[in-house]
Design a protein around this ligand. Structure first.
Ligand code: UD1
Ligand code: CA
Length: 464
């Protein structure tokens, strides 16, 4: 994305995140199906840095494990005590003592920042040959943030809210916490940070003043959309950020040709792929690595997790997880597709049907009130209403094999392991415990007998 690759990006993620009131480390809380750390690391990766270092402290085991999944190339350094953002960067640089060139610092709790903004920050920094370039934003309510003090166009320093006087508190331009630095001058300034401030911490923003006072070039870049820089400190801010991300994701899909009828109730994870001319109806969540192909209609009221919906398929009021739905297939309403479900072209899974680890071939139908588990069903077969595949004997799961052009009668129990051959039929109400050969009718129930006069003998004459 940029020809000027920074030497290093340092992600600050050692803070406690007390206000989340959670056993989960703050940066591991999710929005759009990805942790905050995942969003930040993805944006950092877009810069193609030589080193990507994450400073960890609180919840370091969780965070380190999550990072190993997200980005195995990234490294961590431990900040055992959180003595401030400047202290955190100082520790990160201890492990990068050979590094020269640009060092970018990003907070781990600002998940909405786009790669493009970071790229622009680095480009401006390097073009100006600056010692420090900080990202700034004008906030409608700057309460709590570090304020950017300027003299004309020049940035002089950043003053933390808790250290600010009334004049500074009236400034609405804040430091977002994102910086590009020249490695040498950064190292020098970090060695001079004091803790003589309201929080008794080494403040990274003090590097701005130290560089300015040393006569080095300091630049500021004001972001276009302040919303992308917001930090998340509690669950209210997390919900706000999640909505912003939702709108961003939905807009991108709509601009790419996807019909989303009610963007406010449609939640699509960042890794979901949707082809043009697909339609997403209200109250729908598409999660994980879900893929929706051209012309498919999903929703309303559906939650699909890592599920593939084939071209022209219809999926209404359905919960699906790890399923593959063939082209032109129809699912729902009130269907539950569990992992390992594969529906062929034009297959149908109807109302109140649960399917698990089963293949349902092209054109086959399970229209009503059924459970299908650990089964394969061939092509053009029909499973009657109320049928249960009895796959579990209390100890182990067994397989059921149903061929092509089979008709399973209503309300059958197919007791696995069992096979129904091609073209086989079963009678309604059967418990099928033995294989049914191709073309045969399996009858697994007692023959009906009628007992004449039974009611009168039992109860006496009606009405007496
Ligand atoms: C910080 C900035 C402030 C800026 C604001 C933007 C400082 C002193 N202040 O304030 O100028 O306006 O961000 O959101 O930098 N962290 C560590 N180790 C530490 C302390 C913090 O890794 O010892 C990490 C935190 O986990 C967090 C980030 O650094 O991801 C920012 O720290 P936080 O305490 O949230 O700083 P703010 O008070 O928000
Ligand atoms: Ca913060």
């Amino acid at each position: 994305m940029t020809d000027a690759r920074p030497a290093a990006v340092v992600v600050l993620a050692a803070g406690e995140g007390t206000r989340m009131k959670s056993a989960t480390a703050k940066v591991l809380h999710e929005l759009g199906g990805r942790s905050m750390l995942g969003h930040v690391v993805a944006a950092a990766r877009a810069l193609q840095p030589e080193h990507l270092v994450v400073v960890v402290g609180h919840g370091r085991d969780q965070v380190t494990a999550a990072l190993a999944e997200l980005d195995p190339q990234a490294t961590t350094v431990v900040q055992a005590e959180q003595n401030g953002t400047g202290h955190a960067v100082r520790i990160a640089l201890d492990g990068l003592d050979h590094v020269e060139g640009t060092v970018v610092v990003v907070p781990g709790d600002a998940p909405l920042l786009t790669p493009a903004t970071l790229v622009a920050l680095v480009a401006q920094h390097e073009a100006a040959g600056a010692a420090t370039t900080l990202l700034t934003a004008r906030y409608p309510d700057p309460t709590g943030y570090g304020r950017v003090v300027r003299e004309g166009p020049d940035v002089l320093r950043v003053v933390e809210h808790k250290d600010a006087d009334d004049a500074v508190l009236r400034i609405d331009e804040i430091a977002t916490g994102h910086y590009a630095f020249a490695a040498g001058p950064l190292r020098e300034a970090l060695g001079k940070l004091s803790t003589d401030n309201a929080q008794g911490e080494e403040y990274l923003p003090d590097v701005v003043r130290l560089h300015k006072d040393a006569g080095l070039t300091v630049g500021g870049r004001v972001v276009e959309h302040w919303g992308e820089t917001v930090g998340v400190n509690d669950r209210i801010q997390l919900a706000v950020a999640a909505r912003v991300l939702r709108d961003r994701v939905n807009r991108a899909h709509m601009l790419a040709g996807v019909a989303i009828l009610d963007p406010e109730t449609t939640w699509i994870d960042v890794d979901v792929v949707i082809e043009p001319d697909a339609t997403v109806l209200p109250n729908t969540q598409l999660k994980g690595t879900t893929v929706v192909r051209r012309g498919a209609v999903v929703g309303p009221d559906s939650t699909l997790t890592s599920t593939e919906v084939g071209e022209g398929a219809t999926v209404r009021r359905t919960t699906a997880d790890g399923a593959v739905i063939g082209a032109e297939a129809t699912v729902g309403p009130y269907s539950y597709l569990r992992p390992g479900t594969r529906l062929g072209r034009g297959a149908k899974v109807g109302a109140y049907v649960e399917v698990k680890a089963s293949e349902i071939g092209d054109g086959s139908k399970v229209p009503h009130l059924a459970y299908v588990g650990d089964a394969t069903i061939g092509e053009r077969s029909n499973i009657g209403a109320g049928t249960i595949v009895v796959n579990y004997d209390g100890r182990a799961k067994h397989k059921t094999k149903i061929g092509d052009d089979v008709r399973v009668g209503s309300n059958n129990s197919l007791v696995a392991p069992v096979t129904i051959g091609d073209g086989g039929y079963t009678a309604a109400g059967s418990a099928i415990t033995n294989d049914v050969p191709p073309g045969a009718l399996g009858v697994g129930r007692a023959r009906q007998r009628n007992i004449e006069g039974w009611v009168e003998r039992k109860r006496g004459k009606q009405g007496t």
